[in-house]
Design a protein around this ligand. Structure first.
Ligand SMILES: [Zn+2]
Ligand SMILES: [Zn+2]
Length: 599
């Protein structure tokens, strides 16, 4: 992706330099890695000559403010690569020297590109000159994008937020550097708004809540990015799956099941080994045949289509599967449920005739809306990615196919009344698509659903049907995912609800709390009447009532039923609602009605 260099970018980038400058004042022997601009701010990777801790943050902030007020110039100089090498050797900056050596040998410092060049997939660029920047006592190797002088930086608009360990170039064989993160905005107000939002985001962080509420975990003996759904998370997953499968059934889908691995041959036919190999894991060898973990379900579904010949009367065919796929993600990029190595897609493939395409796409869009609304989302951001018709040679399929398909997608979105953005040239080479994002409470966007046309796979797999006129034709193919990856979607749900799941999703819906041992029998009667229709637990009075209420609040259980002598005598129950408190006493039947209404 090309970076956008605007005024804010320049401020953030310049602050990274000032951070390094400030570090040099405190530790003249510090060695500098890289200091890029990132979302909301910047960081710099530094090898300190002495041990540092969070205590260094206010010291550096003060120093940076001082530097801003000194009206420091950012001076650019173009020098030969050789001269730069000498300069950074003299400055005793080994990381910069390493970067320069890479520039000399490969014409880039990008690790991925270097690997491609080493594999001879790409030719190195020749670089003779580089630019260096001076700001006060600090000199950096840098492509630029700075303010002219530090007076352009709003002095109250930035903050250093944390230290973290980071291996030089993300490689654990390299030294561990200290990464200092900063955030920066155009004003103090913007900074404060951001910090407030961050605090809220931390409260909702699905990684933290996942651990606290015992929803999911990972295990280092199993491997990073491979999710263990704990019993409580498992309950929610099963509810989601049941809902999806019921929805598929009502909407004319046929449920299929396919294996996790397949022979090389399959992925050669599908083309994955050509254009998707870097996202796939190394093959397994079984009886001298190579098998791959599947990165996608589509090829399997097409083989199901091919199990017997199809006629125009058989279409549309809608296959659905909760299919688990495995995709390579670098260990450094793995995070919670959002970036994982194995995940389950609520995957669907539709094969239809030309005269059915429009209606099928409309149905997909309606299904997305229905499913997402069920989980409480009702604001959608919709992107329609189309081809760039001036570069037809880069795409598969005829102009007629493209125009027809784009039109069908447009009509479907307009039919449901969504606003949408058309992005030209963003379509895959094999077809246009609709992406649907939802916004969470913190206005963050999550990519969830996709509806994608495909002019490629039916031909690769020789998927055909016999039409009315007796001729064999290729059907149109739609890939569609409603929730995308169940793991990612679960991450979104946890954050969206801050762990306070609505009643129909809550792993435990009700907990019965007898005040004392004498109330146990009556409590058990209540429990027995609820347990067939609700997820209910009974917590014995081994701990005080107030302690148990506190625990139920912590576990975010929607309802507590409290049963004491008074309730027993009056043959009713006292109800407490999570986050709302006491709802008073009522008859059990009344409570059950209330729950059923809520669900
Ligand atoms: Zn720079
Ligand atoms: Zn697919």
């Amino acid at each position: 992706m090309k970076k956008k260099i605007d005024h804010l970018y320049k401020i953030r980038h310049s602050l990274a330099h000032l951070l390094a400058t400030a570090v040099l004042y405190i530790d003249p022997k510090a060695k500098f890695g890289i200091g890029p601009v990132i979302e909301n701010g910047f960081y710099y990777d530094i090898l300190f000559s002495k041990k540092v801790d969070e205590g260094i943050i206010p010291v550096l902030e003060e120093k940076i403010k001082e530097l801003i007020q000194k009206n420091i110039k950012f001076e650019r100089e173009k020098v030969s690569l050789e001269k730069a090498l000498k300069l950074f050797k003299k400055l005793n900056q080994p990381f910069k020297v390493e970067l320069l050596k890479d520039l000399k040998r490969y014409g880039t410092t990008n690790y991925d590109e270097i690997i491609e060049i080493k594999l001879k997939k790409k030719k190195p660029k020749k670089i003779k000159e580089v630019t260096i920047y001076r700001s006060d006592i600090f000199i950096d190797l840098c492509e630029g994008g700075h303010v002219k002088t530090s007076s352009e930086i709003p002095i109250d608009g930035f903050k250093l937020i944390k230290l973290a360990g980071a291996y030089w170039r993300g490689d654990e064989k390299n030294p561990m550097l200290t990464r200092i993160y900063g955030v920066a905005f155009l004003s103090q107000k913007e900074l404060e708004d951001y910090l407030k939002k961050q605090e809220e985001a931390q409260k909702r962080d699905h990684r933290r809540l996942g651990e606290e509420l015992r929803l999911f975990t990972t295990n280092e003996n199993i491997g990073a990015g491979l999710i263990l759904w704990l019993p409580k998370g498992g309950i929610i997953r099963q509810i989601i799956q049941d809902f999806l499968i019921e929805t598929y059934r009502k909407n004319g889908y046929q449920l299929v099941f396919t294996p996790h691995i397949a022979k090389k041959d399959l992925f050669e036919i599908s083309g994955h080994l050509n254009f998707y190999k870097e996202n796939m894991y190394a093959p397994l060898n079984i009886e001298n045949e190579e098998y791959y973990l599947k990165p996608m379900n589509c090829p399997f579904h097409l083989m199901i289509y091919k199990a017997w010949p199809k006629s125009y009367k058989d279409l549309p065919i809608r296959y659905a599967e909760l299919g688990t796929v495995y995709r390579y993600e670098r260990s450094g990029t793995l995070s919670g449920l959002t970036r994982v190595r194995g995940f389950t897609q609520d995957d669907g493939h539709i094969l239809c005739r030309e005269d059915q395409l429009e209606e099928e796409v409309i149905k997909c869009v309606e299904l997305v809306k229905y499913v997402l609304e069920k989980f409480g989302f009702n604001e959608f951001l919709v992107d329609l990615s189309i081809w760039d018709p001036t570069k037809k040679e880069e795409y598969l399929g005829s102009s007629k196919d493209w125009n027809f398909a784009i039109n069908a997608l447009k009509k479907a979105i307009e039919n449901i009344g969504w606003e949408y953005k058309i992005t030209k040239g963003e379509a895959a080479f094999y077809g246009p698509k609709i992406d649907i994002k939802v916004k969470d409470v913190l206005e963050r966007e999550w990519q969830i659903s996709t509806i994608q046309l495909d002019f490629n796979l039916p031909k690769r797999f020789e998927i055909k049907y016999v039409d009315k006129d007796g001729k064999e034709k290729y059907p149109f193919m739609i890939h569609r995912a409603l929730l995308g990856s169940l793991e990612r979607f679960f991450g979104l749900l946890i954050e969206y609800y801050a762990g306070n799941f609505p009643l129909w999703l809550a792993p435990i819906q009700i907990v019965v709390l007898p005040v004392k041992n004498a109330n146990l029998d009556y409590s058990k009667q209540i429990y027995e009447k609820l347990k067939n229709d609700f997820r209910v637990e009974i917590w014995n009075p081994d701990e005080t009532l107030s302690k148990r209420i506190l625990n139920a609040e912590k576990e975010k259980i929607p309802y507590m039923i409290i049963v004491g002598d008074k309730e027993e005598k009056e043959n009713n129950i006292s109800v407490r609602k999570h986050q709302e408190g006491d709802l008073g006493s009522m008859k059990l039947e009344e409570f059950i009605n209330k729950l059923n209404k809520e669900i």
